[in-house]
Write a protein that binds this ligand. Structure first.
Ligand SMILES: [Fe+2]
Length: 343
């Protein structure tokens, strides 16, 4: 499909369609465009989440807006379109896009994102999914990605963004763990060669002061199986990622989702620096289960939640606080400081 036509008729064109056919309230709601970020301004609060059954109540968006984040990051399973045809998946994205609660939110907070299995294809599906290009178009349309953005040329939806001036610069790298994932034993790959090369270049050439990596699947947990996916099921990829972060040597926070519970964890890289993971899941549904994790910090959170990365820019670098907050009430569920000190 012609990309320009698709974008033109899609999310950006949707507002005018709605204005033509809806009552006054909807018109006013849609007239205001989605918020844009000022890339020159340092990030001080990044919010993210995953696992959103978009047919369930979406009124929680006001609780996230109340935190006044500089940025919202979708970490996957934004909709549950299992078994949907491409047009049905696109329609589900569009329904969420124009949901009044989400509309108000995206008019206040800039949004970027990646995907996971349920918005990409279906439960635990990999890159052999035949409609993956149509899925990519639908996600990028939902995210209102400009037609000249490099992601359109990628084999997948992996993206990189930089915010803030030198000395206070955050690079947000969003990985795609679906488009190139191949579970076949003779391949067993999570990112694919092109994405690995891209990630290596991004980290090597980065002039950021803080790296945030968005991974739809959990990175550090030693548990997989029982229907749970994660980097632990792709151990060579996990070791390769941690070695890359060690070589990069910058303070790094990993964001993840997918598992329907939340937790903090940290591991020590071979360069002596810690890397932290904050997993937030899910926005509309969660499970109170117990799993072992020797690198977990604090408790597992089995309540519906979203995640926050608070960044305070000190003279000697970023000072990070990670927080999990409820999507059911105005409540902090757990928070930790994340110092990047060598041992
Ligand atoms: Fe998932």
């Amino acid at each position: 499909m012609d990309r320009r036509r698709f974008v033109g008729q899609g999310a950006l064109g949707l507002a005018s369609l709605l204005m033509a056919g809806r009552g006054g309230g909807a018109e006013r709601l849609q007239e205001k465009p989605s918020a844009l970020i000022d890339a020159q301004k340092p990030l001080s609060c990044l919010a993210f989440g995953s696992c959103n059954r978009s047919l369930l109540d979406q009124s929680y968006w006001k609780l996230i807006a109340r935190e006044q984040p500089d940025l919202w990051v979708w970490l996957g399973d934004t909709i549950y379109a299992d078994g949907a045809l491409p047009d049905q998946r696109r329609a589900m994205f569009q329904d969420l896009f124009r949901n009044p609660h989400y509309t108000r939110f995206r008019q206040q907070v800039p949004i970027i994102g990646t995907w996971d299995d349920h918005d990409f294809a279906g439960d635990n599906q990999d890159g052999r999914f035949r409609d993956k290009l149509a899925s990519k178009n639908s996600l990028l349309e939902f995210l209102e990605i400009p037609e000249d953005h490099p992601v359109w040329g990628h084999q997948g939806v992996y993206q990189s963004y930089s915010y803030g001036p030198q000395g206070q610069k955050t690079q947000v790298i969003l990985l795609d763990l679906r488009f190139n994932m191949d579970r076949q034993k003779n391949v067993h790959s999570l990112l694919g060669d092109l994405q690995w090369a891209w990630l290596e270049a991004e980290l090597k050439e980065s002039d950021a002061d803080l790296i945030v990596i968005g991974s739809s699947l959990n990175v550090l947990s030693p548990v997989n199986g029982l229907g749970l996916e994660g980097w632990h099921g792709f151990r060579q990829d996990k070791a390769r990622l941690l070695e890359l972060l060690s070589a990069c040597g910058k303070p790094t926070v990993l964001l993840s989702g997918d598992r329907h519970f939340a937790e903090f964890a940290a591991t020590r890289l071979s360069n002596g620096l810690p890397v932290y993971e904050i997993m937030s899941s899910g926005l509309t549904h969660a499970l109170g289960i117990k799993l072992p994790h020797s690198e977990r910090i604090g408790e597992m959170v089995g309540l519906k939640n979203f995640g926050l990365v608070h960044i305070s820019w000190e003279t000697n670098g970023p000072k990070i606080t990670l927080e999990l907050r409820s999507t059911e009430r105005y409540q902090s569920l757990q928070a930790i400081h994340a110092p990047f000190t060598e041992v």
